[in-house]
Every structure is written in C-alpha cells, then in structure tokens.
Ligand binder design. Structure first.
Ligand code: NAD
Length: 362
C-alpha cells in the first residue's frame, strides 16, 4: 500500500483551527479507502518566528520537499506586523512557493446553490457558476526586469515594471492548465491582451501550440477586458481559465467574490514536485481562538490535494459533495449564517462533513 506523506503547516491564527478539520476529513478518506496518509506537522510564519527566529525554518522546508503534498493554513497577524518586510511571517509562504517552484496557482470559484443569496450578483446570473482560474505565479509584471524608480532633479520621478515571459514559462503553465481542464469540462479560456501587448502575443502563440497536444480540450482566447466583463455578466460561460500573473491576481479575486464568503474558497499552488493546498483566506485575527472560523475552505483545499497531487479525484468528489450536503442540511458557521439556518462552530462543521464523507463510502 502506498503511503502518502502530507506536511501539515497550520501557521497562525485560524490557520491552526481549520487545518486540523481538513486533516480529520482526510483521515476519514484514509480509513474508508485503505489509503495511508502520514501527517507530519511543522512550524511556519509567525509561530516559526517565535520559536526559531525565522518564518521558514530549514527543517520545515526539508519536510515539505520530502512530502507528497502540503496542507497549509495561513500565516501572519498583528503580533508580527512591525517586523521588517524580509522577516515577516508572509515571507515563509513566499519562500516556500519559490523553493518548491510552484508556478501555477489554482483558484476555484464555485457557487453553492444554497448560498446563492450571499453572492453580490443576481441569483439567475451566478447559478451554476463553477470556474477554475489558473494564475501564473512566478513570472510577469511582479518579477520582470528592469524594475525600479528614478528621481528627477525637477522633483518628478519615473517608475517601471516589466511584464516579461519566456516561451518556457508560458508553456509549463499552459500544460498545467490543459491538464486541469482535462479533469474538468475540457474547456479552457486563455486570457491575454494580445491586441496591445507583445508579451501577450507570445503567450497566445505558445498556448495555441501547447493546445495541439490536447485535441479534446476546446481552447478559446479571451482579451482580459472582455473576460473581466464576462465574469460578472455571464460567469457560467467559463470552465477553466489560464492567465498570466497580474491578470490572474485580479480576475481570480473577481471570480472569487461570485461565490460569496472568504471562508469557502480553497486554492492550490502546483508546478513543482510537491503541491501546496491552502484556503484563500488569511489568519483572521478578529475571530482567531474563538472556534468560529469556517473550515470549509481548508476542507475543500484538502479535496484539491487529493485530486491534483494524489490523483484521487473520486475521493475528492466525495468531499465536495459532503460539503454541499451539510450546507443543504442548513448547517452554517457564523460567516455565512442566515435566518433559518443552524449555527455551528469550526469543530462541529468539521465533524459534520467528516460524518457525511464517511457515510458516502458505506
Ligand atoms: P483574512 O482573510 O484573515 O480576514 C478577512 C475577513 O474575513 C475577516 O473579517 C475574517 O474574520 C474573515 N474570514 C477569513 N477567513 C474566514 C473563515 N475561514 N471563517 C470565517 N471568517 C473568515 O484577511 P486579513 O484580515 O486581511 O488578514 C489577516 C492576516 O492574515 C494578515 O496578517 C495577513 O497578512 C494574513 N494573510 C495571510 C494569507 C496567507 O497566509 N495566505 C492570506 C491573506 C492574509
């Protein structure tokens, strides 16, 4: 029997509260299927700074490199806000992404039928929305050279950033996106600004070429301005979207808000040998320690881990369905609580979902 080694990095704040619930659900899958999960916890972020002086201790990085996947919580909090940029808890996560070469960020935006009224869009517009945005994470405008600022003698200034991509960088994220599209509805929208930007023309050329290797996937090219409009006008048009770093940063947040609450949004960073799975939300210092955080984003991140790192898509489906059933039964954490629903805490929500996952195997 294969043992899947999972590094457990809860981090800070509610990261420490929601990650154990995700682990609980994976353990249910393990017991039901005979798959063997071996969890090992390590420090990252503020907790690691307090214990070792560093946001990403060498031992944590080593554990991650030797694992099959990483289940991550969140890092940061007011306690460490005054530290210099280089020593902040967030450096731990950025360091991990860089060291593990996690160049593709996957962010699903799925509207749960029973939470449609939490969406800022009209019910009939968002109903049925199920999008996966794949954002290139290590290139483009945020990293391109030259970058910097010069001051002029007359008191003015000039600043520059560069949106640069090599064909290799585009090709690898395009392949990751086509692979994801193959596990979904086999429709991929590549988003660029090829009518204006040379870098986007290269992007489009390479994505088109990679697409020849995936004849089953219907590929379309969409200009970023059109995509921004279409996401709020007709979000159900999209299945899988791939785009460069900056466009992806903006569009994935736009898509995310369609789904309603922060506590419901999982994510994955893949590309290197080891994938990292984490809720989109942060450490929520305003509610940390109260046992009220919504663990669904973390639990859905664990489902993504099964699907994308361990190729256990059918078990991931069971988790996704169990979440829907528990919501259908009317259970809600405080962030999505509404009249007529039953308020539950973090652990209780984890238990309810675990029980539904277990039932799905019997
Ligand atoms: P946040 O996501 O932590 O919180 C924003 C709001 O959403 C808060 O009101 C919070 O209570 C609520 N919320 C978030 N997750 C929730 C959940 N699971 N259940 C219920 N409510 C939830 O964002 P923020 O307040 O801007 O940041 C707080 C800290 O988290 C900062 O230190 C920030 O740097 C850090 N952060 C870390 C990550 C990460 O580790 N990937 C991401 C974002 C923010």
């Amino acid at each position: 029997m294969t043992t899947h080694k999972i590094a457990l990095l809860g981090g800070d704040g509610i990261g420490q509260e929601v990650t154990p619930e995700a682990r609980k659900v994976l353990e249910v899958v393990g017991r039901a299927t005979g798959a063997s999960f071996e969890f090992e916890a390590a420090l990252i972020g503020g907790a690691a700074i307090d214990a070792t002086g560093e946001p990403l201790p060498a031992s944590t990085l080593r554990l991650c490199e030797q694992s099959d996947a990483i289940l991550f919580g969140a890092v940061g909090g007011p306690k460490w806000d005054a530290l210099p940029q280089e020593q902040k808890p967030e450096r731990g996560l950025l360091g991990l992404r860089k060291e593990l070469d996690l160049f593709a960020n996957l962010r699903p935006a799925k509207c749960f039928p029973m939470l449609l009224d939490a969406s800022p869009l009209k019910r009939e517009v968002v109903e049925g929305t199920d999008i996966m945005v794949i954002r290139e994470l290590t290139g483009g405008l945020y990293f391109g050279e030259p970058r910097g600022r010069e001051e002029f003698a007359d008191g003015g200034a000039r600043a520059v950033n560069t949106m640069a991509y090599t064909s290799r960088e585009v090709e690898r994220v395009a392949r990751a996106a086509f692979d994801v599209a193959m596990k979904r509805k086999k429709r991929l929208a590549s988003v660029d600004k090829a009518n204006v930007l040379v870098v986007s023309q290269l992007w489009r050329e390479v994505v088109t070429r990679v697409g020849k290797d995936y004849p089953q996937v219907a590929l379309e090219h969409v200009l970023v301005d059109n995509c921004a409009m279409a996401l709020v006008h007709k979000p159900t048009h999209f299945d899988t979207i791939v785009t460069e770093n900056t466009f992806g940063d903006i569009l994935s947040d736009e898509a995310a808000i369609l789904a309603g609450s922060m506590g419901m949004l999982p994510s994955a960073s893949i590309g290197g040998r080891v994938g990292l799975y984490e809720p989109v939300h942060g450490t929520a210092p305003d509610i940390a320690g109260q046992g009220v955080a919504n663990p669904i984003a973390a639990i859905l991140s664990a489902a993504m881990l099964l699907r994308y790192s361990l190729s256990l898509g059918a078990d991931a489906d069971r988790i996704d369905s169990a979440v829907i059933r528990v919501l259908e039964q009317g259970h809600r954490t405080r962030d999505v609580h509404a009249a007529g629903t039953t308020l539950v805490g973090t652990k209780e929500m984890g238990d309810l979902i675990s029980a539904e996952v277990e039932k799905s195997y019997s």
